[in-house]
Unconditional design. Structure first.
Length: 331
């Protein structure tokens, strides 16, 4: 496993990290969650990413039980705030941030998280309020560093204008061979300000495994066959996308790689990335994903990938799910 510096922080995170979005929030059983987490340690993964809203606390609770058995300095822990935790609890007001960090720490059984992230931007709250509330979390020692997920360039710049480029060390956008939207605007702006990318869904929720075949039923044991984990099915399980993914299979084979390894190596080719956040429901998937660390793709392979995905990959700046536009300032 190789490691990369996370933005302007002193953290060195594994190139492949483990996330808990659809899996450990209820998609898989407790024994599988534990087995996958322990497999991550075995594979050299030191970076674990979750959020309060994943299963409304379920993912944090699961990891609190498992990670607390390991020395606290043996892993780097990230969580997020924004999503709806109850009918009255959501967003990025100062009161919500103060409330939710304490609740997350209790579930995670730790005194601090290494990275606390705004899960989305809250355009209903003055950005000054949000920034100051996050800064207070750091001042109180409840988080070491701050990040954000799926903010627009305008929103990123507004925060930097208020608190400087050292406010955030990470950006967490969706990024994969099929979703290249952050490359043109978000990546350059963050790089200029010392902010690393820790990308989610680098395997397009398993579509880039190649197991979903055009015109064939979904595999019974797959994520998209599960009612608990089939988010984005309508966007990703389309004939043009599945046909394009099958065009990638021989490219990977000719390079001596599996398709998932090639897909992860493709996102890690970018120096702006610190880590690719992967999900897993079985330990062997964790080890397979970890094997992508250090794999480099030749120019001929990259050119073949571009050709295979022509007309299918999302390349223009595109608003992510649940993302908001605009910035509210104090009157």
């Amino acid at each position: 496993m190789r490691y990369r510096k996370l933005g302007s922080s002193d953290l060195e995170v594994s190139e492949i990290s483990l996330g808990s979005w659809l899996t450990f929030s209820g998609g898989v059983e407790a024994d599988a969650t534990r087995a996958c987490t322990e497999a991550a340690f075995d594979a050299g993964i030191n970076f674990f990413d979750t959020a309060n809203v994943y299963g409304r606390g379920a993912a944090e609770t699961a990891w609190g039980e498992i990670l607390s058995k390991h020395p606290r300095d043996s892993y780097i822990l990230a969580t997020k705030v924004f999503g709806e935790m109850s009918d009255t609890d959501s967003g990025l007001s100062a009161a919500q941030i103060a409330k939710q960090i304490d609740a997350s720490l209790a579930r995670l059984k730790t005194d601090y998280v290494d990275l606390y992230q705004a899960h989305r931007f809250d355009a209903s709250v003055p950005i000054e309020d949000t920034v100051e509330a996050f800064q207070k979390v750091v001042e109180q020692g409840k988080a070491r560093y701050l990040g954000f997920s799926e903010w627009t360039p305008e929103q990123i710049q507004a925060a930097i204008d208020i608190a400087g480029p050292d406010l955030f060390v990470s950006s967490q956008p969706q990024y994969s061979m099929l979703w290249q939207a952050p490359e043109t605007e978000v990546f350059p702006l963050c790089e200029q300000n010392g902010i690393s990318q820790i990308v989610w869904s680098p395997l397009a929720q398993g579509v880039l495994s190649g197991k979903y075949k055009p015109g064939q039923p979904l595999p019974a044991d797959s994520r998209f066959a599960s009612d608990a984990m089939n988010v984005s099915k309508d966007r990703l399980i389309t004939e043009p996308i599945l046909e394009a993914v099958q065009r990638l299979v021989p490219i990977a084979e000719d390079a001596g790689l599996t398709l998932p390894t090639m897909a992860l190596a493709w996102v890690l080719r970018r120096g702006e990335l610190a880590s690719a956040i992967t999900g897993a429901s079985r330990p062997e998937q964790v080890h397979a994903n970890a094997a992508a660390s250090g794999v480099e793709l030749g120019d001929d392979v990259l050119a073949a990938i571009d050709a295979a995905l022509d007309g299918v990959a999302v390349k223009e700046p595109t608003l992510a799910a649940n993302a908001q536009t605009g910035v509210k300032h104090r009157a």
